[in-house]
Design a protein around this ligand. Sequence first.
Ligand SMILES: [Zn+2]
Ligand SMILES: [Zn+2]
Length: 316
Amino acid sequence: MDIVLDLSDEHFFTPYVYPTFLSPQNLFRQLCSLSVIVILGGYALYFLTAALNYYLVFDHRLKLHPLYHKNQVKLEIACCLRSIPLMSFMSVIMFLAEVRGYSFLFDSFEETKFGRWSMVIYSVSFILFTDSLIYWIHRGLHSKYLYKRLHKTHHKWKIPTPFASHAFNPVDGFVQSLPYHIYVFLFPMHKWTYLGLFVFVNVWTVSIHDGNYRVPNFFKPIVNGSAHHMDHHIYYNYNYGQFFTLWDRIGRSYRTPSAFDGTGPIQQVERAEADRKRRQDQPEVPAPMLGNKKPGAGKWEESFTHVASVSGKKID
Ligand SMILES: [Zn+2]
Ligand SMILES: [Zn+2]
């Protein structure tokens, strides 16, 4: 983060904001600058990646699913707008420790014996380390006590859109991001690589909420994608992972995504739509044969009975 802080100081804070007696190393100044950078950067990254994903990748047919809330995108965005400032402020404390030199971040590849390979080595170890910790933290957040108080906010969205990616209780969001911060206080990491990985994990978090299941077959059993995470939102106690399915398999919480066996939310919408069209094309049946019901009444809802009963949501 000191790269971003230095650039902001040079081009904005020093010439336009702070009085000359406040040096760039002043603790109070660093706290204020980082707060502005992280909150505005958090909003910018969230809106940019979520909006791009929503308009270019997200399968909008999911909005026809009965578990999709009315005005859901607005509600998800409102939740993020409330959460990001507090979530960011907690992260600022970690970034502050980082820019004040308490981490193992380094400037140049020459400082490590692995040279440029360190970029690959540290990125892989960062992903494996954070994947493991996030799994256990996320699983802990599903304990009865923590779920009710912290994690339930994120599970309000049974059929999430990319805008739900950062819609958390702020403490929940921060706790799940802790592994990303802790890593650099335990292991060496190149500064630019770390910055790139931070952007990557944000993009990844958005992408597992996009309902796009087009993953190469080879990766399906290994990578925790949007199909796995969609089932986590619907069925709760499965697929807690972030990047890989490894810890779900070790922790016996892995569930083959319903989208892979043809029973996912998209396929349910497709089937219900096909049923509706077929009934529309059918000639009308004389009223006395139908009792009080119109032709096909209730069929659309019946198509979703299973998923609604498992996820505990009443269809109204
Ligand atoms: Zn969860
Ligand atoms: Zn989620």
